[in-house]
Design a protein around this ligand. Structure first.
Ligand SMILES: [Zn+2]
Length: 671
């Protein structure tokens, strides 16, 4: 092959790959590569075409902006092309942008309107005599998709204009549909709770929501819009500058970019860019730069446009928050609560001024999804205060020959059995004596609702464990006053108080002990049910998982939590040692005859003053009653606290007796 042939083949390959990613991005709203990676491919092609202009084909991605009209929405031809903007990455490039304009308008002074470049989906909207009649996506810049029915659902978009624009017969405005970061996070949580897949980022969420066929779904999505261009007006609008136009937008009810600013010259605009870059993570929306636009419309007219971009505007990008590096090792950290979290040690790389040598990998599912292995090349991202994370694996022929990563079967800190509770993504070590977790577990053990050991605060717990005075719960009860008095900031008097509090906690009983042990899923309520059922630790230890699961109100998840906990021999040893120091392992059970609420069904609604939900439930269950979540004809009582919900109305409708807090107290205290 001649060199030119090679170059031509290379160009063709790049065009094919870019078109593929355009399709994924614009049409399916499901990109497979990051923006940085896309830009890299695009720039490669641009460079190649600059060196060999004869190779430029009219359909090259550099000659247009990606996007095809999907089948299901009607095509809409834009009144004029929706152009993309030229980019600048450095101050030098921004000064070059102004210099280019000065070559056309040598005597001009420019002022600029600067707006944050919000990462969303470009749209064009038409208003007829002030009424919203049509909304279309950007599509390929010439033809977009009719998404009128979905755009109507966007809450901050006026369906009828007020003010100066309302009187103009035909108005076309352009802007961006996007999602605030907080709204995006909530949406993802809601989707995940409903068992649906979340979106990778706010832009995908906005695009996916806007391109729904069913606008009822779109209406539930937290979409927002900003408008930044008056593309057409008939008769013509009387504005001389872009700033005036934006002011008219605001007066007409059209939302404009938060933080838009009029800058008197280029230096002021550059300072604005710097300021926004610093505040980037606090802005509440995703943005990768600032758009500078010449303010005077007559100057814009003269400057005109190239085949791809207007000459009077440019996107001044922020520093990339991504970089490529290689994974040296995947390591497992054990958190304070026993979660095994994988992270990657990477070749140190600088991102936006900080050297990164470690990134989180979240969990085993995430590692499988990314399919990253030790030695792989990856793209990592650091945004704001969050720990850097891996965005994607960079294709690499060696990848397949590297061993797939697997979670360890044992805790790297205590060598205890590691497992993944059913239905969870996180792996755990639930050895109650695991050094990585002991501080957290000891604090919980001594907490008010567990063994209720006063004065056993964080400062004390930290010292006890750091000085190896306590290696498991039972060691607490061996501590003498002198040992406690040797702790920093603990006078003799306080040490005596603490000693007495520890010793005094021995008689709390089985319910609190079970809760204090920190067994997965065993909360206060489950602990109470178990203690009531078995009456003693001895009997509980003999019970099988099936037996435990069969207890009313327990179920398989708690039973499996118990099973996993008791399968650790370290945990059985801790229980044994606690018994040996005289911690009470029994509970007085309420005799069957005293279960006066037996067979009665309760529903709780609203906030009670003297009980938490759990406490109210515990009282009812102890007395043999049961609590369900929804009201039916079979419900015996609805207990209604402050601000009761719809369950209160259900009770009224079905004629179920409603108890206020006083009546409820009376009912349970009589017994
Ligand atoms: Zn462990």
């Amino acid at each position: 092959m001649t060199d030119l042939k090679k170059v031509r083949a290379k160009g063709e390959e790049l065009r094919r790959v870019i078109r593929h990613h355009d399709y994924l991005y614009y049409v399916l709203a499901r990109p497979e590569i990051s923006d940085t990676e896309y830009d890299r491919l695009f720039n490669k092609l641009k460079q190649l075409e600059e060196q060999h202009p004869e190779l430029i084909t009219p359909d090259s991605p550099t000659q247009r902006v990606g996007g095809e009209v999907a089948e299901r929405f009607a095509p809409v031809e834009h009144s004029s092309r929706m152009l993309s903007l030229d980019n600048a990455a450095t101050e030098e490039e921004i000064r070059e942008f102004e210099a280019r304009m000065k070559r056309i308008l040598p005597d001009a002074a420019f002022n600029y309107v600067c707006e944050p470049k919000i990462d969303g989906l470009g749209v064009a909207l038409v208003y007829q005599s002030g009424q919203f009649v049509r909304g279309a996506t950007r599509g390929d810049g010439r033809v977009g998709e009719d998404v009128t029915h979905n755009i109507r659902t966007i809450r901050n978009l006026p369906k009828a204009l007020r003010g100066p624009l309302a009187r103009i017969e035909h108005v076309e405005v352009r802007g961006e549909v996007f999602m605030w970061k907080a709204a995006f996070q909530k949406l993802n949580r809601d989707l995940e709770e409903a068992g649906e897949a979340g979106f990778a980022n706010p832009r995908n969420a906005a695009a996916g929501s806007l391109r729904q066929k069913d606008s009822r779904i779109t209406a539930k999505r937290p979409l927002d819009i900003v408008l930044y261009q008056l593309a057409a007006a008939t008769p013509a609008a009387p504005f001389a500058t872009h700033w005036e136009t934006l002011e008219a937008f605001s007066k007409s009810g059209l939302p404009v970019s938060p933080g838009a600013r009029l800058c008197s010259d280029l230096d002021v605009a550059i300072a604005y860019h710097r300021e926004m870059e610093k505040r980037r993570d606090k802005l509440g929306y995703e943005t990768d730069g600032v758009v500078l636009k010449v303010n005077r419309l007559d100057q814009r007219q003269t400057l005109g446009m190239t085949t791809h971009h207007p000459r009077w505007a440019i996107a001044f990008k922020f520093k990339s928050q991504q970089a490529q590096t290689r994974i040296q090792r995947i390591v497992i950290n054990v958190g304070r609560t026993g979660a095994l979290t994988p992270s990657a040690e990477v070749d140190p790389v600088e991102i936006a001024g900080a050297t990164i040598s470690r990134t989180t990998l979240h969990n085993a599912d995430e590692i499988a999804r990314l399919d990253v292995r030790e030695g792989d090349l990856v793209l990592i991202e650091r945004a704001g205060d969050v720990i850097p994370h891996v965005v994607e694996r960079v294709p690499d022929p060696e990848h397949e020959s590297r061993p797939r990563f697997e979670m360890p079967a044992r805790c790297p800190v205590c060598n205890g059995h590691a497992y993944r509770p059913e239905g969870e993504v996180v792996w755990r070590c639930d050895n109650a004596a695991c050094p990585a977790q002991l501080k957290e577990r000891l604090l919980h053990f001594g907490s008010r609702r567990a063994m209720d050991i006063e004065h056993l605060g964080e400062a004390v717990v930290n010292q006890l464990i750091d000085r190896e005075l306590v290696k498991d719960f039972a060691d607490l009860y061996h501590l003498e006053v002198e040992a406690l008095a040797s702790l920093e900031r603990l006078a003799q008097k306080s040490a005596t108080n603490l000693y007495e509090a520890i010793q005094g906690s021995r008689g709390r009983g089985l319910t609190r002990l079970l809760f204090g042990l920190g067994i997965r899923y065993v909360g206060e309520h489950a602990a109470m049910l178990l203690a009531q059922q078995y009456g003693s630790m001895e009997k509980l230890l003999e019970a099988t998982e099936e037996e435990i699961a069969a207890i009313y109100g327990i179920g398989p998840r708690i039973a499996s939590g118990m099973g996993q906990f008791l399968a650790q021999k370290e945990n059985r040893r801790v229980i044994e040692r606690l018994g040996a120091v005289g911690v009470r392992m029994t509970e007085e059970t309420v005799a069957v005859g005293e279960k006066v609420l037996a067979g009665k069904t309760f529903v709780l609604t609203g906030a009670l003053e003297n009980f938490s939900r759990d406490e109210a439930r515990t009282f009812i269950t102890r007395l043999g009653g049961r609590v369900t979540s929804s009201v039916s004809k079979k419900t015996d009582y609805v207990v209604a606290g402050k601000d009761p919900g719809s369950k209160y109305d259900d009770a009224q409708r079905l004629g179920v007796p409603v108890l206020d807090e006083a009546a409820f107290k009376e009912l349970i205290s009589e017994k």
